[in-house]
Design a protein around this ligand. Structure first.
Ligand code: NAP
Length: 465
């Protein structure tokens, strides 16, 4: 199993020590796994909902039972706070339960009104789904993709990020422990750069990727060239728009802790905080004082607020983005450097004065970096919120909820949350607009992405027209 040249390995970002290395799979190994998934599909698609549901409920049960062990492993591999890892495991279990409970109802035949005969939609599985997932939520990302598809009767080949191999393997083991037949869910160890050729394998029916824009473009391009369906969940630069009537204490607390969640490595993190001029000074003062309370430290400790980034490279890249912003004239009011300790830490950073001439205005910063903007009119604020190619999530903060909803309607993203950040729940859809991708995961919508919505129409031959 050990191969020191492999990029598939556990490196603890708290101290940057290599913990474990895994061999990359050969072309033959991966092909044989895809064949196995295709063979398993032939029987899994005929397996009853009751059987599928019992197994998937069992997956949820195992995850809850082993949540501390799973949580510690995620924290070891990608550095997030243990309390965040454990709540991610609980959320994932809830998502498995949601689809185990609701898939049969959601995929029941849907009757259509037609003047002649009867017509209905039958929701059929389509085959082996290739799913490519990132490290920032090592269990939740797998769950969002696997739970609806396995319940729908598809099988899955899952390529997880190279820095979370033990989480990837553990998920596969949990499916097996829960009684999922061999070949229905399959982990592969392969670097991202070698994934694209798999898309053209005739046994891969469709692909789904969550990650960066370049990776998404590569996979979706390959899928398009073979006329296969794809879904993409990509990056974001979510606005956090504060209205004049907002409770500023609440807004500051929500924005700062929202931005520091997962050390800022969340696709739907409040990456651009947009505040009215009239409340700006008050807001800024409170942000500064909230920053002084943030404790950077060991992610395994309960009282730590800011964890290391996922890798040394991630930390270096974020600092480069901060330095670029400074060089281009932005004000670094707090932080801005690597924290003075071993590991992939970056200081919680507060930036103001970013303008449309600067890279920071357009780029996603995947780290604990709080960027504050000021607006005079609401139109200006909405334009600023939409001044990005990304369109994933966003927040509107205000006490007049009706007004906040009116503003939310004008924001060009796939999700807008009023008075909170990222309200993830199994029954709510998740996905983006613009360059943040297409397709939806979670909720009812998530189960229809990779099924054949097949029309069946029944008439006597003489009254078909
Ligand atoms: P990334 O480099 O794109 O990695 C994501 C996954 O894609 C990994 O499994 C990676 O494998 C693989 N990959 C990399 N290059 C590939 C290629 N050319 N072809 C196929 N697969 C490839 O993403 P990241 O930078 O680690 O993750 C952070 C990004 O993901 C951010 O932009 C974040 O906003 C986004 N994200 C979006 C969502 C959402 O729901 N919209 C959720 C979480 C994260 P290796 O690890 O082996 O390179």
């Amino acid at each position: 199993m050990e191969n020191s040249n492999s990029t598939i390995r556990t490196v603890n970002p708290f101290n940057n020590e290599i913990v474990k290395t895994f061999d990359t799979m050969s072309h033959e190994q991966v092909s044989s796994i895809i064949n196995k998934a295709d063979t398993a599909y032939k029987s899994w698609k005929k397996t009853s909902f009751a059987t599928r549901s019992a197994i998937i409920h069992k997956v949820a049960e195992i995850m809850r039972k082993r949540k501390r062990e799973l949580g510690e492993l995620a924290t070891l591999e990608m550095g997030k706070l243990l309390k965040e890892s454990i709540s991610e495991v609980e959320l994932s279990a809830d998502i498995f339960d949601y689809y185990a409970k609701n898939a049969e109802k959601l995929l029941a035949d849907k009757k259509l009104e037609t003047p002649f005969g009867e017509a209905f939609i039958s929701y059929d599985p389509i085959g082996v789904i290739l799913s490519v997932q990132p490290w920032n939520f090592p269990y939740y990302q797998v769950t969002r993709s696997a739970a609806p598809n396995i319940m729908a009767g598809n099988t899955m080949v899952l390529k997880h990020a190279s820095n979370v191999p033990q989480c990837a393997k553990l998920m596969e083991d949990i499916f097996i422990e829960a009684g999922l037949p061999d070949g229905v869910y399959n982990n592969i160890f392969l670097p991202g750069k070698d994934v694209e050729p798999l898309v053209s394998n005739p046994k891969i029916a469709a692909v789904s990727l969550t990650g960066s824009e370049p990776a998404g473009a590569s996979i979706a391009g390959a899928a398009g060239s073979k006329a296969k369906k794809s879904t993409l969940e990509l990056g974001g630069s979510d606005p956090f728009l504060v209205l004049e009537d907002a409770d500023i204490d609440d807004a500051v607390e929500t924005a700062v802790y929202g931005r520091m969640w997962n050390a800022g490595q969340v696709c739907v993190s409040p990456k651009r905080v947009i505040v009215p001029e009239k409340r700006y000074d008050e807001f800024l003062d409170k942000v500064k004082s909230t920053f002084t309370k943030l404790k950077v430290g060991n992610p395994m400790d309960d009282d730590t607020d800011v964890a290391p980034l996922s890798t040394e490279k991630a930390a270096r890249d974020v600092v480069k983005q901060i330095e670029k912003a400074k060089e281009q004239g932005a004000h670094i009011l707090l932080g801005g450097k690597r924290a003075d300790r071993p590991g992939a830490f970056v200081e919680p950073t507060l930036i103001t004065g970013v303008t449309s001439e600067m890279n920071a205005y357009y780029e996603e910063i995947f780290g604990p970096v709080f960027v504050l903007y000021k607006y005079k009119t609401l139109d200006e604020a909405i334009n600023l919120a939409n001044a990005t190619d990304f369109g994933l999530g966003g927040t509107v903060f205000g006490t007049d909820k009706k007004k906040a909803v009116e503003v939310a309607r004008q924001i060009e993203t796939g999700m807008v949350y009023i008075n909170h950040v990222t309200g993830i729940a199994p029954e709510l859809p998740f996905g983006g607009a613009k360059r943040s991708g297409y397709g939806r995961e979670q909720g009812e919508a998530g189960i229809y992405e990779f099924v054949n919505e097949k029309l069946i129409r029944v008439t006597d031959s003489h009254n078909a027209y």
